[in-house]
Design a protein. Structure first.
Length: 118
């Protein structure tokens, strides 16, 4: 689902490593990945909140529209964001476990905003 929706690839996986199974999804040349794991002995029930978000910034409108269509085709459900900020220039998608991905149609800016003193 995440591979089809976000265009990620399986870059690694493991089975029964001290009782855990897992798969890593990402891009081969990226310095990050998603890792989904499962404990064979103690299964965990997913417990997401409406603010557990993975956010992707896609500034080119046509690419963003295509990415949104891919998410729906992959089985994600479009939902209203708990924080209305994300609905201004983006869309929020939820997987069957309730985890959310935001596709934002804007550039990401790594500008630290320091609050002004009163």
């Amino acid at each position: 689902m995440y591979c089809r929706g976000l265009g990620l690839c399986v870059i690694g996986s493991f089975e029964n490593h001290e009782g855990f199974d897992g798969v890593m999804l990402g891009m081969a040349d990226a310095s990050y990945h998603f890792e989904f794991t499962r404990c064979r002995a103690h299964p965990v029930v997913p417990a997401p909140t409406a603010e557990d978000l993975a956010v992707f910034y896609i500034p080119v409108l046509s690419e963003w529209q295509s990415a949104c269509a891919n998410m729906l085709a992959a089985g994600f459900k479009q939902v209203a964001s708990f924080n209305p900020y994300w609905d201004l220039r983006g869309r929020t998608f939820e997987d069957p476990d309730g985890y959310r991905v935001v596709l934002q149609n804007t550039e990401w800016s790594n500008v630290l905003r320091v609050p002004e003193e009163p």
